[in-house]
Write a protein that binds this ligand. Structure first.
Ligand SMILES: [Zn+2]
Length: 339
């Protein structure tokens, strides 16, 4: 099969790879319906996160189960399934507390930018869609559930978004935009999206943003204070992962408010004493997408949400390099790969 392999900064190639094989009896092999490129793939693509030799890319996936190992009980060949970027047994204490992305058996998925994929711990990781194979038009939204939607939803959940509350979303990538969608679903009264990109502002409004703030850093914080009568927001979703975005999030939050952070931090340092006096709750990490998958799949299948709108570019796998370039240059929000 073909698959995407990153060799170094700006050097992503499609190569002939071996088809995935069963390794453990708890594995499943999927034939993917589609794959995609994640904002977090841009960190190593830009050379901002070192790689250890050629790296098989891709961790978002959905598709049909081709084969299951002898120990797999609930997942069956022929089912259409969605899984998280982090595998889980869904039975250990961390899983039972709802933190499947901290599972004692966690593995971070790779190799999903390809037509076939091996998924460890199939029973705990994969969620079948009720009612059989969904219509092809729903594939982008189900693919989004695998990571960006699940992560945006966790961002809203971890920031304690409540009905009527004031929410700020820092970051207008796919995760930030789906954080807006998630906050809307949770009943937020006011959703302020921080974005200076016209196309993304438009999608943020479609997803439920009530205000757009284009300023950044201290100016962005001042603008949020102005919009909240000097108080700050109840919930702030940090969906970038830089020092500036993190400080912007913390200082836009009211005392007693909640900051979630789901952008993988790169070079973020928090000063304990400054943090002490802000009185904010901080909660972040790799999203436990598995916790939310059944609900997200239902919301997609019954037409309540359409998170697949974040895919504004679709390319055949052979053109994966253009897909990365388009996202790197912010010409595309998110690239879907036809595998
Ligand atoms: Zn577990």
């Amino acid at each position: 099969m073909k698959g995407a392999v990153l060799y170094g900064p700006n050097d992503i190639r499609v190569e002939d790879l071996d088809d995935p094989r069963m390794i453990e009896p708890t594995d499943a092999i999927l034939r993917l319906a589609a794959s995609c490129i994640c904002g977090s793939d841009l960190w190593p693509y830009r050379g901002l996160q070192p790689i250890d030799g050629p790296t098989h890319m891709g961790h978002e996936y959905c598709g049909i189960v081709e084969e299951v190992g002898s120990a797999v009980k609930s997942i069956k060949p022929g089912q259409f399934v969605v899984g998280s970027f982090a595998t889980s047994d869904n039975t250990c204490p961390h899983c039972r507390y709802g933190y499947q992305s901290a599972c004692v058996h966690r593995e971070f998925m790779l190799r999903a930018q390809a037509p076939f994929l091996r998924v460890p711990h199939a029973d705990g990781t994969l969620v079948p869609t009720p009612g059989g194979t969904p219509s092809p038009g729903l594939v982008p939204s189900l693919l989004a559930a695998s990571d960006v939607l699940g992560t945006g939803w966790f961002a809203a959940d971890a920031a304690n978004v409540n009905p009527g509350g004031t929410v700020v979303v820092v970051g207008d990538g796919a995760v930030g935009l789906l954080g807006v969608l998630s906050a809307k679903q949770m009943g937020a009264g006011r959703i302020i999206a921080m974005s200076r990109h016209e196309k993304r502002q438009k999608l943020a409004r479609e997803f439920g943003a009530t205000d757009i703030v284009t300023e950044r850093g201290d100016e962005g914080v001042a603008r949020i204070r102005e919009l909240t009568k000097g108080i700050g927001a109840d919930s702030v979703l940090e969906c970038v992962g830089t020092q500036e975005s993190m400080m912007q999030a913390i200082h836009a939050t009211r005392p007693g408010g909640y900051v979630s952070f789901v952008g993988v931090p790169h070079g973020v340092d928090l000063d304990g004493q400054r943090l002490f006096f802000t009185h904010v709750h901080l909660h972040g990490g790799p999203a436990p997408v598995r916790r939310f998958l059944p609900r997200l799949i239902d919301l997609i299948l019954n037409g309540t949400i359409d998170p697949g709108k974040v895919f504004d570019l679709a390319l055949p796998l052979d053109q994966v390099a253009e897909g990365y370039r388009a996202m790197d240059e912010r010409r595309a929000i998110k690239t879907l790969l036809q595998v």
